[in-house]
Design a protein around this ligand. Structure first.
Ligand SMILES: Nc1ncnc2c1ncn2[C@@H]1O[C@H](COP(=O)(O)OP(=O)(O)OP(=O)(O)O)[C@@H](O)[C@H]1O
Length: 418
Protein backbone atom coordinates (compact mmCIF):
# COMPACT_ATOMS: atom_id res chain seq x y z
CA UNK A 1 0.00 0.00 0.00
CA UNK A 2 1.17 3.47 -0.82
CA UNK A 3 1.30 7.05 0.40
CA UNK A 4 1.16 9.70 -2.35
CA UNK A 5 2.78 13.10 -1.80
CA UNK A 6 2.89 15.99 -4.25
CA UNK A 7 5.23 18.77 -3.24
CA UNK A 8 4.96 22.13 -5.04
CA UNK A 9 4.10 20.38 -8.32
CA UNK A 10 3.70 22.45 -11.48
CA UNK A 11 2.63 21.41 -14.94
CA UNK A 12 3.29 23.65 -17.93
CA UNK A 13 2.22 22.07 -21.22
CA UNK A 14 4.48 22.44 -24.28
CA UNK A 15 2.23 25.21 -25.62
CA UNK A 16 3.06 27.21 -22.47
CA UNK A 17 -0.23 26.62 -20.70
CA UNK A 18 0.26 26.46 -16.93
CA UNK A 19 -2.26 23.76 -15.99
CA UNK A 20 -1.22 23.01 -12.37
CA UNK A 21 0.40 25.52 -10.04
CA UNK A 22 2.43 24.75 -6.92
CA UNK A 23 0.25 21.89 -5.86
CA UNK A 24 1.07 20.32 -2.50
CA UNK A 25 -1.00 17.37 -1.28
CA UNK A 26 -0.49 14.35 0.94
CA UNK A 27 -2.68 11.29 0.50
CA UNK A 28 -1.98 8.77 3.25
CA UNK A 29 -1.99 5.05 2.73
CA UNK A 30 -5.49 3.65 2.20
CA UNK A 31 -7.28 6.97 1.82
CA UNK A 32 -10.03 7.58 -0.72
CA UNK A 33 -9.03 11.04 -1.92
CA UNK A 34 -11.18 12.98 -4.40
CA UNK A 35 -9.97 15.76 -6.71
CA UNK A 36 -12.94 18.01 -7.44
CA UNK A 37 -13.28 21.02 -9.69
CA UNK A 38 -14.84 22.40 -12.86
CA UNK A 39 -13.83 21.27 -16.32
CA UNK A 40 -10.31 22.33 -17.22
CA UNK A 41 -9.16 22.96 -13.63
CA UNK A 42 -6.34 20.43 -13.96
CA UNK A 43 -7.73 17.36 -12.16
CA UNK A 44 -6.86 14.86 -14.90
CA UNK A 45 -3.46 16.45 -15.34
CA UNK A 46 -2.71 15.76 -11.67
CA UNK A 47 -3.87 12.17 -12.01
CA UNK A 48 -1.82 11.65 -15.15
CA UNK A 49 1.29 13.04 -13.46
CA UNK A 50 0.80 10.58 -10.58
CA UNK A 51 0.35 7.79 -13.13
CA UNK A 52 3.52 8.80 -14.97
CA UNK A 53 1.62 9.53 -18.18
CA UNK A 54 2.45 13.22 -18.01
CA UNK A 55 5.80 14.73 -17.13
CA UNK A 56 6.07 16.91 -14.02
CA UNK A 57 7.47 20.32 -14.97
CA UNK A 58 8.72 21.16 -11.48
CA UNK A 59 8.19 19.98 -7.92
CA UNK A 60 8.29 16.43 -6.58
CA UNK A 61 6.09 13.37 -6.52
CA UNK A 62 6.78 10.88 -3.76
CA UNK A 63 5.26 7.40 -3.70
CA UNK A 64 5.72 5.74 -0.33
CA UNK A 65 8.70 7.91 0.43
CA UNK A 66 10.39 7.29 -2.92
CA UNK A 67 10.94 10.14 -5.36
CA UNK A 68 8.90 9.08 -8.37
CA UNK A 69 9.13 11.98 -10.86
CA UNK A 70 11.02 9.87 -13.38
CA UNK A 71 9.77 6.42 -12.41
CA UNK A 72 8.24 4.62 -15.44
CA UNK A 73 4.47 4.02 -15.05
CA UNK A 74 4.92 0.24 -14.81
CA UNK A 75 7.13 0.66 -11.74
CA UNK A 76 4.63 2.79 -9.83
CA UNK A 77 2.44 -0.09 -8.64
CA UNK A 78 -0.76 1.58 -9.76
CA UNK A 79 -3.87 0.87 -11.81
CA UNK A 80 -6.19 3.30 -13.53
CA UNK A 81 -9.82 3.40 -14.65
CA UNK A 82 -11.06 6.09 -17.04
CA UNK A 83 -14.45 7.43 -18.10
CA UNK A 84 -14.96 4.63 -20.66
CA UNK A 85 -12.96 1.83 -19.09
CA UNK A 86 -12.21 0.34 -22.53
CA UNK A 87 -12.26 -3.47 -22.43
CA UNK A 88 -10.71 -5.99 -24.81
CA UNK A 89 -13.71 -6.73 -27.06
CA UNK A 90 -12.73 -10.31 -27.96
CA UNK A 91 -12.06 -11.44 -24.42
CA UNK A 92 -14.91 -12.37 -22.14
CA UNK A 93 -15.26 -10.77 -18.70
CA UNK A 94 -13.03 -13.38 -17.05
CA UNK A 95 -10.41 -12.87 -19.77
CA UNK A 96 -10.51 -9.11 -19.27
CA UNK A 97 -10.13 -9.33 -15.50
CA UNK A 98 -7.36 -11.91 -15.70
CA UNK A 99 -5.43 -10.08 -18.41
CA UNK A 100 -3.02 -8.21 -16.05
CA UNK A 101 -2.27 -11.51 -14.28
CA UNK A 102 -1.41 -13.19 -17.57
CA UNK A 103 0.86 -10.31 -18.54
CA UNK A 104 2.59 -10.68 -15.18
CA UNK A 105 3.00 -14.40 -15.88
CA UNK A 106 0.85 -15.59 -12.98
CA UNK A 107 -0.62 -19.06 -12.96
CA UNK A 108 -4.26 -18.99 -14.18
CA UNK A 109 -5.33 -21.74 -11.76
CA UNK A 110 -3.98 -19.76 -8.78
CA UNK A 111 -5.88 -16.68 -9.83
CA UNK A 112 -9.22 -18.47 -10.34
CA UNK A 113 -10.37 -17.90 -6.75
CA UNK A 114 -9.30 -14.26 -6.78
CA UNK A 115 -11.27 -13.55 -9.97
CA UNK A 116 -14.39 -15.17 -8.51
CA UNK A 117 -14.04 -13.26 -5.26
CA UNK A 118 -13.51 -9.90 -6.96
CA UNK A 119 -16.28 -10.39 -9.51
CA UNK A 120 -18.61 -11.28 -6.62
CA UNK A 121 -17.62 -8.07 -4.79
CA UNK A 122 -18.29 -6.16 -8.02
CA UNK A 123 -21.64 -7.88 -8.66
CA UNK A 124 -20.58 -9.27 -12.07
CA UNK A 125 -20.08 -12.92 -11.16
CA UNK A 126 -22.90 -13.95 -13.52
CA UNK A 127 -21.26 -12.25 -16.48
CA UNK A 128 -17.83 -13.92 -16.35
CA UNK A 129 -18.34 -15.83 -19.61
CA UNK A 130 -19.90 -12.96 -21.55
CA UNK A 131 -18.27 -10.62 -24.07
CA UNK A 132 -18.10 -6.86 -23.30
CA UNK A 133 -20.51 -6.05 -26.16
CA UNK A 134 -23.28 -7.87 -24.27
CA UNK A 135 -22.82 -5.86 -21.06
CA UNK A 136 -24.48 -2.66 -19.85
CA UNK A 137 -22.38 0.49 -19.31
CA UNK A 138 -22.42 -0.05 -15.55
CA UNK A 139 -21.30 -3.68 -15.90
CA UNK A 140 -18.47 -2.64 -18.21
CA UNK A 141 -17.20 -0.13 -15.68
CA UNK A 142 -17.32 -2.86 -13.01
CA UNK A 143 -15.23 -5.14 -15.24
CA UNK A 144 -12.75 -2.29 -15.82
CA UNK A 145 -12.47 -1.89 -12.05
CA UNK A 146 -12.01 -5.61 -11.58
CA UNK A 147 -9.21 -5.63 -14.15
CA UNK A 148 -7.57 -2.68 -12.40
CA UNK A 149 -7.80 -4.18 -8.92
CA UNK A 150 -6.98 -7.83 -9.64
CA UNK A 151 -3.26 -7.35 -9.07
CA UNK A 152 -3.89 -5.47 -5.82
CA UNK A 153 -2.11 -2.27 -6.82
CA UNK A 154 -0.74 0.15 -4.23
CA UNK A 155 -2.56 3.08 -5.88
CA UNK A 156 -5.87 3.10 -7.67
CA UNK A 157 -6.57 6.08 -9.96
CA UNK A 158 -10.05 6.79 -11.27
CA UNK A 159 -10.87 9.57 -13.73
CA UNK A 160 -14.62 10.33 -13.83
CA UNK A 161 -15.46 6.60 -13.94
CA UNK A 162 -19.20 7.22 -13.57
CA UNK A 163 -19.77 10.13 -15.90
CA UNK A 164 -21.12 8.06 -18.79
CA UNK A 165 -23.72 6.28 -16.66
CA UNK A 166 -27.27 7.35 -15.96
CA UNK A 167 -28.10 8.99 -12.63
CA UNK A 168 -29.54 5.93 -10.87
CA UNK A 169 -26.64 3.72 -11.81
CA UNK A 170 -24.16 6.41 -10.80
CA UNK A 171 -25.54 6.52 -7.27
CA UNK A 172 -25.51 2.75 -6.99
CA UNK A 173 -22.01 2.27 -8.36
CA UNK A 174 -20.69 5.21 -6.33
CA UNK A 175 -21.65 3.47 -3.11
CA UNK A 176 -20.16 0.22 -4.31
CA UNK A 177 -16.88 1.85 -5.33
CA UNK A 178 -16.59 3.41 -1.87
CA UNK A 179 -17.25 0.07 -0.15
CA UNK A 180 -14.94 -1.85 -2.48
CA UNK A 181 -11.85 0.36 -2.32
CA UNK A 182 -12.22 0.67 1.45
CA UNK A 183 -12.47 -3.09 1.86
CA UNK A 184 -9.39 -3.58 -0.32
CA UNK A 185 -7.67 -0.72 1.54
CA UNK A 186 -6.03 0.64 -1.62
CA UNK A 187 -4.93 4.31 -1.71
CA UNK A 188 -7.35 5.85 -4.21
CA UNK A 189 -7.27 9.13 -6.13
CA UNK A 190 -10.63 9.81 -7.73
CA UNK A 191 -11.33 12.68 -10.14
CA UNK A 192 -14.77 14.20 -10.60
CA UNK A 193 -16.51 17.51 -11.34
CA UNK A 194 -19.63 16.38 -9.46
CA UNK A 195 -19.89 17.78 -5.95
CA UNK A 196 -22.36 15.12 -4.78
CA UNK A 197 -20.05 12.36 -5.94
CA UNK A 198 -17.12 14.00 -4.17
CA UNK A 199 -18.88 14.68 -0.90
CA UNK A 200 -20.54 11.28 -0.63
CA UNK A 201 -17.50 9.24 -1.62
CA UNK A 202 -14.40 10.92 -0.26
CA UNK A 203 -12.46 10.48 2.95
CA UNK A 204 -10.96 13.84 1.99
CA UNK A 205 -11.50 16.08 -0.98
CA UNK A 206 -9.30 18.69 -2.71
CA UNK A 207 -10.98 21.47 -4.68
CA UNK A 208 -9.06 22.87 -7.66
CA UNK A 209 -9.70 25.93 -9.74
CA UNK A 210 -7.57 26.83 -12.77
CA UNK A 211 -4.78 24.61 -11.51
CA UNK A 212 -4.71 26.14 -8.04
CA UNK A 213 -5.66 24.28 -4.89
CA UNK A 214 -8.57 26.06 -3.24
CA UNK A 215 -9.20 23.84 -0.29
CA UNK A 216 -8.60 20.37 1.09
CA UNK A 217 -10.34 18.58 3.93
CA UNK A 218 -13.03 16.08 4.82
CA UNK A 219 -16.32 16.57 2.95
CA UNK A 220 -17.85 18.10 6.07
CA UNK A 221 -14.91 20.47 6.61
CA UNK A 222 -14.93 21.84 3.07
CA UNK A 223 -18.70 22.18 3.08
CA UNK A 224 -19.24 23.67 6.55
CA UNK A 225 -15.99 25.55 6.81
CA UNK A 226 -14.81 26.35 3.25
CA UNK A 227 -11.43 28.09 3.00
CA UNK A 228 -12.32 30.15 -0.07
CA UNK A 229 -15.29 31.86 -1.69
CA UNK A 230 -14.83 29.56 -4.68
CA UNK A 231 -15.17 26.41 -2.55
CA UNK A 232 -18.24 27.85 -0.85
CA UNK A 233 -19.83 28.68 -4.20
CA UNK A 234 -18.80 25.44 -5.93
CA UNK A 235 -20.33 23.30 -3.17
CA UNK A 236 -23.60 24.97 -3.88
CA UNK A 237 -26.41 22.58 -2.95
CA UNK A 238 -28.23 24.09 -1.17
CA UNK A 239 -27.21 27.39 -2.72
CA UNK A 240 -25.08 29.86 -0.83
CA UNK A 241 -25.69 33.58 -0.60
CA UNK A 242 -22.44 35.52 -1.01
CA UNK A 243 -23.17 39.03 0.12
CA UNK A 244 -20.91 42.05 0.05
CA UNK A 245 -20.65 43.60 3.52
CA UNK A 246 -18.91 46.73 4.81
CA UNK A 247 -17.06 46.42 8.11
CA UNK A 248 -17.33 48.94 10.93
CA UNK A 249 -15.63 48.13 14.21
CA UNK A 250 -16.69 49.98 17.35
CA UNK A 251 -14.64 49.73 20.53
CA UNK A 252 -17.73 49.49 22.74
CA UNK A 253 -20.10 47.70 20.50
CA UNK A 254 -18.33 44.99 18.49
CA UNK A 255 -18.43 44.85 14.71
CA UNK A 256 -21.25 45.97 12.46
CA UNK A 257 -21.56 44.49 9.01
CA UNK A 258 -23.46 46.69 6.60
CA UNK A 259 -25.35 44.79 3.92
CA UNK A 260 -27.28 47.14 1.67
CA UNK A 261 -29.22 49.44 3.94
CA UNK A 262 -29.27 46.87 6.77
CA UNK A 263 -26.84 45.93 9.51
CA UNK A 264 -25.74 42.76 11.23
CA UNK A 265 -24.17 42.97 14.66
CA UNK A 266 -21.27 40.81 15.80
CA UNK A 267 -20.34 41.20 19.48
CA UNK A 268 -16.70 41.13 20.61
CA UNK A 269 -17.42 37.76 22.24
CA UNK A 270 -17.52 36.30 18.70
CA UNK A 271 -13.91 35.43 17.73
CA UNK A 272 -14.62 36.42 14.12
CA UNK A 273 -15.23 40.00 15.27
CA UNK A 274 -11.57 40.21 16.33
CA UNK A 275 -10.48 38.86 12.94
CA UNK A 276 -12.47 41.68 11.30
CA UNK A 277 -10.93 44.60 13.23
CA UNK A 278 -8.12 45.09 10.73
CA UNK A 279 -10.72 45.34 7.97
CA UNK A 280 -12.52 48.30 9.53
CA UNK A 281 -13.63 50.60 6.72
CA UNK A 282 -13.25 47.98 4.00
CA UNK A 283 -15.53 45.26 2.76
CA UNK A 284 -15.75 41.50 3.07
CA UNK A 285 -17.88 38.76 1.54
CA UNK A 286 -20.43 37.19 3.82
CA UNK A 287 -21.39 33.59 3.00
CA UNK A 288 -24.77 32.38 4.20
CA UNK A 289 -26.11 29.01 3.09
CA UNK A 290 -29.77 28.80 2.18
CA UNK A 291 -30.40 26.59 5.21
CA UNK A 292 -28.74 29.05 7.62
CA UNK A 293 -31.48 31.64 7.12
CA UNK A 294 -34.97 31.30 8.57
CA UNK A 295 -38.08 33.42 8.89
CA UNK A 296 -38.18 35.04 12.33
CA UNK A 297 -40.28 38.04 13.38
CA UNK A 298 -37.27 39.28 15.42
CA UNK A 299 -34.72 38.64 12.60
CA UNK A 300 -32.11 41.28 11.69
CA UNK A 301 -32.80 41.26 7.94
CA UNK A 302 -36.00 42.24 6.26
CA UNK A 303 -37.03 41.76 2.66
CA UNK A 304 -39.85 41.11 0.25
CA UNK A 305 -40.54 37.58 -0.97
CA UNK A 306 -40.09 37.62 -4.73
CA UNK A 307 -40.58 33.95 -5.52
CA UNK A 308 -41.18 30.56 -3.97
CA UNK A 309 -39.75 27.57 -5.80
CA UNK A 310 -40.82 23.99 -5.19
CA UNK A 311 -37.89 21.55 -5.29
CA UNK A 312 -39.67 18.38 -4.19
CA UNK A 313 -38.05 17.83 -0.80
CA UNK A 314 -37.93 21.56 -0.01
CA UNK A 315 -38.95 25.03 -1.07
CA UNK A 316 -36.51 27.80 -1.88
CA UNK A 317 -37.63 31.35 -1.17
CA UNK A 318 -36.06 34.30 -3.00
CA UNK A 319 -36.16 37.47 -0.95
CA UNK A 320 -35.30 40.92 -2.17
CA UNK A 321 -33.39 42.47 0.70
CA UNK A 322 -31.51 45.23 -1.16
CA UNK A 323 -28.14 43.60 -0.58
CA UNK A 324 -25.24 43.42 -3.07
CA UNK A 325 -24.37 39.88 -4.06
CA UNK A 326 -20.98 38.67 -5.17
CA UNK A 327 -21.16 37.47 -8.74
CA UNK A 328 -20.99 33.70 -8.46
CA UNK A 329 -21.75 33.49 -12.19
CA UNK A 330 -18.06 34.29 -12.69
CA UNK A 331 -17.24 31.03 -10.91
CA UNK A 332 -19.63 29.14 -13.16
CA UNK A 333 -17.66 30.25 -16.20
CA UNK A 334 -15.55 27.19 -15.86
CA UNK A 335 -18.20 24.72 -14.80
CA UNK A 336 -18.73 21.87 -17.26
CA UNK A 337 -22.52 21.99 -17.38
CA UNK A 338 -22.34 25.58 -18.59
CA UNK A 339 -20.03 24.88 -21.47
CA UNK A 340 -21.67 22.30 -23.66
CA UNK A 341 -20.46 18.76 -24.03
CA UNK A 342 -18.13 17.39 -21.42
CA UNK A 343 -14.58 17.04 -22.60
CA UNK A 344 -15.04 19.69 -25.27
CA UNK A 345 -14.09 22.85 -23.38
CA UNK A 346 -10.55 21.70 -22.64
CA UNK A 347 -10.01 20.53 -26.21
CA UNK A 348 -11.49 23.67 -27.68
CA UNK A 349 -9.38 25.92 -25.46
CA UNK A 350 -6.29 23.91 -26.31
CA UNK A 351 -7.06 24.16 -30.05
CA UNK A 352 -7.61 27.91 -29.81
CA UNK A 353 -4.37 28.37 -27.92
CA UNK A 354 -2.27 26.20 -30.21
CA UNK A 355 -3.66 27.93 -33.27
CA UNK A 356 -2.92 31.30 -31.68
CA UNK A 357 -6.58 32.31 -31.80
CA UNK A 358 -6.46 32.99 -28.04
CA UNK A 359 -3.48 33.61 -25.80
CA UNK A 360 -2.76 31.58 -22.67
CA UNK A 361 -5.45 32.00 -20.09
CA UNK A 362 -4.65 34.52 -17.40
CA UNK A 363 -3.43 33.05 -14.14
CA UNK A 364 -6.22 32.56 -11.63
CA UNK A 365 -7.68 35.97 -11.11
CA UNK A 366 -8.44 37.07 -7.57
CA UNK A 367 -11.92 35.95 -6.68
CA UNK A 368 -14.35 38.60 -7.86
CA UNK A 369 -15.47 40.72 -5.01
CA UNK A 370 -17.64 43.39 -6.58
CA UNK A 371 -21.32 43.13 -5.69
CA UNK A 372 -23.90 42.73 -8.39
CA UNK A 373 -27.64 42.51 -8.06
CA UNK A 374 -29.39 39.42 -9.21
CA UNK A 375 -33.09 39.51 -9.97
CA UNK A 376 -33.76 38.25 -6.45
CA UNK A 377 -31.42 38.67 -3.57
CA UNK A 378 -31.21 36.23 -0.68
CA UNK A 379 -32.22 32.62 -1.10
CA UNK A 380 -33.33 30.54 1.84
CA UNK A 381 -34.72 27.11 2.39
CA UNK A 382 -38.14 26.15 3.71
CA UNK A 383 -39.38 22.66 4.50
CA UNK A 384 -42.86 23.66 3.43
CA UNK A 385 -44.51 26.83 2.21
CA UNK A 386 -45.10 27.61 5.91
CA UNK A 387 -47.74 30.21 5.25
CA UNK A 388 -45.32 32.56 3.42
CA UNK A 389 -46.64 34.21 0.31
CA UNK A 390 -45.04 35.94 -2.62
CA UNK A 391 -45.06 39.71 -2.24
CA UNK A 392 -45.12 39.83 1.54
CA UNK A 393 -42.37 41.44 3.60
CA UNK A 394 -40.72 39.15 6.10
CA UNK A 395 -37.86 39.22 8.59
CA UNK A 396 -35.07 36.67 8.56
CA UNK A 397 -32.54 35.65 11.15
CA UNK A 398 -29.14 34.14 10.38
CA UNK A 399 -27.63 31.20 12.18
CA UNK A 400 -24.66 33.31 13.37
CA UNK A 401 -22.45 30.25 13.94
CA UNK A 402 -22.68 29.38 10.27
CA UNK A 403 -21.89 32.82 8.91
CA UNK A 404 -18.73 32.67 6.73
CA UNK A 405 -16.47 35.66 6.17
CA UNK A 406 -14.10 36.00 3.21
CA UNK A 407 -11.62 38.78 2.42
CA UNK A 408 -10.97 40.59 -0.86
CA UNK A 409 -8.59 37.80 -1.94
CA UNK A 410 -11.41 35.23 -1.64
CA UNK A 411 -9.86 33.59 1.45
CA UNK A 412 -11.48 33.29 4.86
CA UNK A 413 -10.72 36.13 7.26
CA UNK A 414 -10.82 33.83 10.29
CA UNK A 415 -8.91 30.64 10.90
CA UNK A 416 -10.03 27.54 8.99
CA UNK A 417 -9.78 24.40 11.08
CA UNK A 418 -8.31 21.38 9.26
N1 LIG B 1 -1.56 18.20 -23.87
C1 LIG B 1 -2.01 19.40 -23.53
N2 LIG B 1 -1.50 20.52 -24.06
C2 LIG B 1 -1.94 21.73 -23.70
N3 LIG B 1 -2.92 21.95 -22.79
C3 LIG B 1 -3.47 20.88 -22.22
C4 LIG B 1 -3.07 19.55 -22.55
N4 LIG B 1 -3.80 18.68 -21.81
C5 LIG B 1 -4.63 19.44 -21.06
N5 LIG B 1 -4.44 20.76 -21.31
C6 LIG B 1 -5.14 21.91 -20.69
O1 LIG B 1 -4.89 21.89 -19.30
C7 LIG B 1 -6.04 22.27 -18.58
C8 LIG B 1 -6.36 21.19 -17.58
O2 LIG B 1 -6.76 20.02 -18.26
P1 LIG B 1 -7.29 18.74 -17.52
O3 LIG B 1 -7.67 17.72 -18.53
O4 LIG B 1 -6.31 18.37 -16.47
O5 LIG B 1 -8.59 19.34 -16.81
P2 LIG B 1 -9.75 18.61 -16.00
O6 LIG B 1 -9.94 19.39 -14.77
O7 LIG B 1 -9.46 17.18 -15.86
O8 LIG B 1 -10.97 18.88 -16.96
P3 LIG B 1 -11.97 17.84 -17.68
O9 LIG B 1 -12.87 17.34 -16.60
O10 LIG B 1 -12.67 18.70 -18.70
O11 LIG B 1 -11.09 16.78 -18.30
C9 LIG B 1 -7.14 22.52 -19.60
O12 LIG B 1 -7.23 23.89 -19.86
C10 LIG B 1 -6.65 21.76 -20.83
O13 LIG B 1 -7.10 22.39 -22.01
Amino acid sequence: MTEVVLDAVNKVYPDGFHAVRDLTLRVPDGELFVLLGPSGCGKSTVLRMVAGLEEITSGSLWLSGRLANHLPPRDRDLAMVFQNGALYPHRNVRGNISFPLEVAGENAADSHERIIELSRALGIEETLNRLPSTLSGGQRQRVAMGRALIRQPGIFLMDEPLSNLDAGLRTELRMEIGALVRSVGVTTLYVTHDQTEALTLADRVAILRRGILQDVGTPQQVYDDPATTFTAAFLSAPPINLVRASVRADQNDGVRLGIGGQELHMPWSDPRATALVSRHGSSVTLGIRADALRPDPDGQISGRVRALEFHGHEWLAHVEAGVALVDTEAFRDDEPQQTGQEGEPGLLRRFLRTTGIVAEEAPAAPVPHGGVHRRSDLVFRLESRSGISVGETIRLSIDAERMLLFGEDGRRVDKVER
